[in-house]
Design a protein around this ligand. Structure first.
Ligand code: PNW
Length: 463
């Protein structure tokens, strides 16, 4: 047996736009993802999240699924435009009531809610009226929305994540146009990222001053990063790998833990990279009670040949501002791949945790997402025999166990992405990450083998 620390948080995760559906019900306003998915050519087979898992109408059934597997913690996100249809101003009380029902059902079943305030579904009105994330004033809109959430839910919710993967909003949403709002630019990603960090810092400051003393919860941010392994032992390749990590994770975590963007970014990006004002720097510094990490894979990194242009790789290759970072990425052909084309590299997860531990001064870390999409799972008889997913999670958890016990990393929890198959953004319903199969025609949920296996892991607190 490999036991995990007592009080280790075992969870599963979802996000509002990916599971709720009910996109125009009971007063919900549109988000940038509603607008984006309704444009031709933006998603797989023009699929949308209009209905998706219809979780909005199946709260009791879905909490029962969690209860049946003995889930300890459930990470979900709030739809900002369900609570504030225009992003600001009038409150939609039906939206508040929906999340109250969910939170109360979780607590009644002994499941700890972890709320993500922002998982990419910006109210469309804020995009149209104020230019969304590239306008500095977005931080104030974020803070007012967060205040509503703390006021209405903070009496019962003690674990808050401000933002999910701001790297995706910046790079995929404003760099290559692969995600909403679909913008393409070499400048806007840095603006969007900066404003997201400012928004995060403002929300945390508000929570700590006004709510944390009485509500006694914790608040942090979740970032994603794929590991960069030097392709050779050369100094140039090792530097390229380090630069790749700094451009991916340092971009978002350095301001919080070290007070500024990484040096390599400041020199490469120049005046397209916003500068931290003294006031904003003071606010962003130390603005996370824990380090949230979503981990999905990694690649080999090397110094590109001199003079050769480095272009953005396919979205799922996670190139990210490739022309600025100048890191050549490659796969090892022997690596197993998921249906996303992502490499199965549990050792890299351990290395990633160690890198975070060293660079950021031994913070408490939660893996707020890890999981895999597997082919053929639209067929429920295939999905229920997901031995590959069991193997995947087992190997990643073994790597986590080694990080804790052999490397001294303060890893406090692990959430599987995802509780159930759902709307996988630009890839629609073609990729399935769930512990439960969802038949999107009937909405029927069926536990896969991985759900049963993970139930055992949680019950034993170990592998
Ligand atoms: C994360 N990429 O997203 C998200 O937090 C989830 O909403 C999502 O379903 C999950 O991972 C699986 O994809 C990402 O293309 C989506 O680089 C795409 C990328 C990265 C993260």
């Amino acid at each position: 047996m490999k036991f995990f620390p007592a009080n280790f948080t075992w969870g599963a995760a979802t996000a509002s736009y990916q599971i709720e559906g009910a996109w125009r019900n009971d007063g919900r306003g549109p988000s940038i993802w509603d607008a984006f998915t309704h444009l031709p050519g933006k998603t797989h087979q023009h699929q949308t999240g209009d209905v998706t898992c219809d979780h909005y109408h199946r709260v009791d059934e879905d909490v029962a699924l969690m209860k049946a597997m003995g889930l300890k913690a459930y990470r979900f996100s709030l739809s900002w435009s369900r609570l504030l249809p225009l992003g600001r101003g009038e409150i939609n009380e039906a939206g508040v009531a929906f999340y109250n029902r969910l939170i109360d059902a979780l607590l009644a079943n002994g499941i700890t809610p972890w709320i993500t305030l922002y998982h990419w579904d910006l109210p469309l009105a804020l995009q149209l009226e104020t230019d969304g994330l590239i306008n500095p004033e977005i931080a104030d809109h974020f803070a007012r929305y967060a205040e509503l959430c703390f006021e209405r839910f903070g009496d019962r919710v003690k674990n808050w994540i401000t933002l999910n993967e701001p790297w995706c909003s910046a790079v995929l949403g404003h760099g290559i146009g692969y995600f909403a709002p679909g913008r393409v630019s070499q400048t806007e990603p840095y603006l969007a990222a900066h404003n997201l960090l400012r928004a995060h810092a403002k929300i945390v400051d508000l929570y700590r001053r006004k709510f944390q003393p009485a509500q006694k919860g914790v608040i942090g941010i979740t970032n994603n990063c794929d590991w960069r392994e030097p392709q050779t032992d050369s100094a140039a390749d090792r530097a390229a790998a380090e630069r790749g990590l700094e451009f991916f994770l340092g971009w978002f975590a350095d301001p919080i833990y070290r007070g500024n963007y990484p040096d390599c970014m400041r020199s490469a990006v120049g005046d397209r990279l916003p500068q931290w004002s003294d006031a904003d720097r003071a606010l962003v510094r130390d603005s996370s009670d824990f380090f949230g990490l979503n981990f999905y894979g990694g690649m080999l990194a090397s110094e590109p040949p001199a003079g050769e242009a480095v272009t953005t790789t396919v979205p799922t290759g996670n190139g990210g501002m490739a022309a600025d970072q100048r890191v050549a990425l490659a796969d090892d052909p022997t690596w197993e791949k998921t249906d996303m084309g992502w490499n199965v590299v549990p050792d890299f997860c351990r290395k990633m945790l160690g890198w975070i531990d060293r660079r950021y001064g031994h913070p408490p870390i939660y893996i707020t997402e890890n999981g895999c999409a597997l082919p053929g799972e639209e067929d429920v008889t295939v999905a229920v025999n997901d031995t590959r997913r069991v193997g995947f999670i087992n190997r990643y958890l073994s790597a986590c166990h080694a990080a804790i016990n052999d490397d001294g990393v303060d890893l406090r929890g692990y959430f599987v992405w995802s509780l159930m198959d759902n709307f996988e953004w630009a890839l629609g319903y073609s990729k399935r990450f769930g512990l439960h199969h969802v038949d999107f025609a009937t909405k029927k949920r069926t536990p896969k083998s991985s759900a049963h296996w993970y139930a055992g892991v949680m019950a034993r607190n170990g592998l």
